[in-house]
Each structure stands twice: as structure tokens, then as C-alpha cells.
Design a protein around this ligand. Sequence first.
Ligand SMILES: [Zn+2]
Ligand SMILES: [Zn+2]
Length: 422
Amino acid sequence: MRFIADFHIHSHYSRATSKQMNIVNLVRWGQLKGINVIGTGDFTHPRWFEELKEKLEPSEPGLYKLKSEFEEAIQAQVPQKCQQPMRFILSVEISCIYKKNDRVRKMHCLLFAPSFKVAEKINHELSKIGNIKSDGRPIIGLDAKKLFQLALNASPDCMFIPAHIWTPWFAVFGSKSGFDSLKEAFDELAPKITALETGLSSDPAMNWRVSNNDKYALVSNSDAHSPGKLGREANVFNTELSYFAIKNALEKNDLKTFESTIEFFPQEGKYHLDGHRACNLRMEPAETKKLNAVCPKCHKKLTIGTLHRISDIADRKPGIKPKNSRPYKSIIPLPELISEIKNVGVNSKTVQKYYHDTLNGLGNEFYILLKAPIAEITKCSGKELANTIDKMRKEDVYIDPGYDGEFGTIAVSNKKKAKKSK
Ligand SMILES: [Zn+2]
Ligand SMILES: [Zn+2]
């Protein structure tokens, strides 16, 4: 069966997340967005782990679902046309801070467990090494390779995915504290890595420039800190619905079972270009190079974004499509499109009402953004939204790239906000 998975989110026990990030809201919002499998996030956090065990029960092998006693109340809040089965996969993001080859390394890593029992083993081992109680995304003074080994010792069925691999501060290839290759970071374990997460600030085409990574599946996830941000990016599978079928599809990097990804426009990510947010300076990689990566205003090192970092490591020119590359589609979240046509804030009541009315009439957000016939959108939600979605699908958009922690803007018609892409 075809299903959509978003593997990387955070619970309300992670820093800077919404109080709304609890299980029932994930079940509701997963359906509104059109996601079938959501990573639980944060399974190392004792209280979140308790919540997971209280609310979830086993379904297909390695996956979990909401217990029926909690289902009815939440399904009443999901429009008929959006209702679909929702599954969970046990996941956590861990921030590893350690020294390797005489340099301090900081890397975020995604871990997946096939059962509560295996997750419990991992939690037990990690609690001996660091503090897993204070943050849903724990910071552990452990070599990322050793973390991977620890998970494999708990069960060879665990999955390991380096997170948002190109972002400057906390990533395997990050400009500030990363590595130049997976081999350097993981030695003999490098070939066992399940997949690589491209992150919001890079897309598959940018990643195709690094031939060393060709053998790994490139996954895309939302890294959502609030329910409305679920599915900003996601993965489309066409296989059996189970933990093991997902693992198999990723490890084989197979185009039939792991079909495609759904992406942010990478320029909307917070670390696409280089610059200094505090100095209000944003620049393209070529300009940064001319300045030797030193800020002309404050004379400190500029923050190097994903575009620059990829071009440093790349062995292919931009625009080359390796064979067996996986197709993807770039989207702008529906609330952002509505905000643009209504010319009011994305969190305003007007946008929220329009959003939910559209979902009531048409179905889930992925269906609306990617599949719904334009005539159907026009009929239900007006010509303006239909035109906007049509332009987004054709990638006929204005782009104002993000840098140094500042999100970029992608707009369909707002020229003041962003410059034209084509
Ligand atoms: Zn992270
Ligand atoms: Zn500066």
C-alpha cells in the first residue's frame, strides 16, 4: 500500500515546543495533513515514554496505534474526508556532543526502535551515560558512532539516521562542528547507516552533488515543534505497512518501495544561504568566499549555510541528476498559501477558518497541495486559492532565501516579500 511517513517530530517535553504536541493532537493533525505514519519523537524522555505506553498499542509489526478508548473523542474533530488510519513508529533525536580527531563535534541523530522493549533497553543504557530526563531531545556526551553501536546492541533492527545533515551547528556535515565524510564520523559503521535526512534547508537535487551519498536513501521530515508544522516534509512509501518494510525500503534505497519525498523549497529553510542575522547580512557562497567567510560588520566568522557547505564537499556540478535518483515535489504549506491570498498572518483566525473549511470540503492537506484537480479546488475554495496552488505545483514562485537561523520566504504572488525564481 502507498503511505506517507514523517519520522522526525518533537513532543511537548522537548525545549521550545508547543504544549499541543501530545499523542491525540498528533493523531488529529496527522490526518489533517495526510500522514499515515508519524515518528513519536522523544522516546528517551521518561514521561513521554509513559504517555506513549499509556495511549498506544501494537498494530502492524513494529508500529503502534492509538488505543480505541481514546480514539472516538479525537475522531470527532477530524473532518470525514480526512479520516484515515494513523500509525506511530518509535523515534527519538539525540544531540551528541563529543571530541573526535581533536575537534569538538556536535551531531543530531535520529534513532528508531522496533518495540517498546527495545526502546526501554536503549533508555536504560543512555540513562547511565547522560541526563535523558530534562529534555525530550537529550544532549549526551557520546560519540555518535558509539550511540549507533549502543542502539545496534539493543537490537540489530534499530534504525539510525543522521539528522538535517547540512545545517551548520548540529549535523554530520555541518560547517561548524561536523565531518567531511560519513567514513570519518562512523568508520566501519558508515555502511550500516539506514538513511540520511536532508533537512528543511536542502533538497534532494542539492544532495545529488555528493556522489559518496548516492547509496543512501535521502529522507525528509518536518522536525515539527507544533502540530500545524507536521508534514512540512515527508516520505512516500509503497510497501507493506510495517516497521520492517520501511527499514528494508530505506536500506535498499529502493525506488519502488520508497517512491518519493515531499519537500520544503530549500530556500525557505533557516540555513540555506550564508550570513549574519544580527548584522542583517545575507550572502551567496561566492560572496562569502571573497570575504574569507569573515563578516565585514562585526568581523566574526559568518554562518555558512547548506548551499555553501554542499558545494565545498560536492564532486558534481549543480543540475546533475544521478541515475536512480528519487523524484520529489516541493510544496508550500497550505496555511502559508492562504495567508498570502488573504494578506493576513498565518496564525490569524481568518487563515485558520479558511484552512479548516478547505479541508472539510476537499480532504487532507497533501491531497489538496499535490493531487486535487484545480477545478475541484476552484469549486470548493475559490479561484484564487486554486490559481495559487497551480502556480506552486509549477514551481512558479518568488523566493527570498533564509540564512543564519532566519527562515526564508516563498511566495506565489507577493513580489514585495520575495524575488522571482523564474
Ligand atoms: Zn535537530
Ligand atoms: Zn556580523
